[in-house]
Design a protein. Structure first.
Length: 174
């Protein structure tokens, strides 16, 4: 009687899995090399954050864009519209020139409510409204406080949403 023999077949990893692993490693290496060489190629450091924002910096300053919150350097006396979904925010903090902050948001409030809010809040926070212009379904307000400037563009998109773009210029302190 012959002894029982079992044939054990060794499973080899599939080529498809091997290609996927190699591909992932290559992509990670390319990403690491690109990020590390970004500074040497362009002179700009890039920092991408978990909140969706990205900060670009070099010897002249920093700029942060993205995210869904007001910029970190948003002045406490600048109005913050509450009933809004922030689409974009950005800030700059240059070593030379003017720093600033900006935000773009959408609201379901009507355009006149937004205009009235900014007129009231700006003046109650010590800003002087310098100009107001209404062209069609859009309104532009500009204000000033000391050396800082504030501009807001309010546009009714006609689909029940109002788009608002706000920018603040903050001169460099001497």
């Amino acid at each position: 009687m012959e002894p029982d023999t079992q044939v054990v077949q060794e499973k080899k990893p599939s080529k498809k899995l091997l290609y996927i692993v190699i591909g992932v490693v290559v992509v990670l290496i390319i990403g690491w090399v690109a990020k590390s060489s970004m500074r040497s190629l362009t002179g700009v450091d890039v920092d991408t954050r978990m909140d969706g924002s990205t900060t670009y910096s070099n010897d002249e300053g920093t700029v942060t864009v993205g995210g869904n919150k007001l910029p970190d350097n948003w002045p406490s006396d600048a109005p913050k519209y509450q009933n809004a979904d922030i689409q974009y925010s950005g800030s700059s903090n240059p070593q030379t020139g003017e720093a600033g902050a900006s935000v773009v948001f959408l609201t379901s409030d009507n355009a006149q409510e937004v205009v009235d809010f900014y007129k009231k809040e700006l003046t109650s926070n010590g800003w002087t409204i310098e100009q107001t212009a209404t062209i069609g379904a859009s309104t532009i307000l500009s204000a000033k406080k000391n050396e800082r400037t504030f501009g807001v563009y309010i546009a009714d998109s006609g689909d029940g949403k109002v788009s608002v773009t706000v920018g603040i210029g903050i001169p460099k302190e001497n």
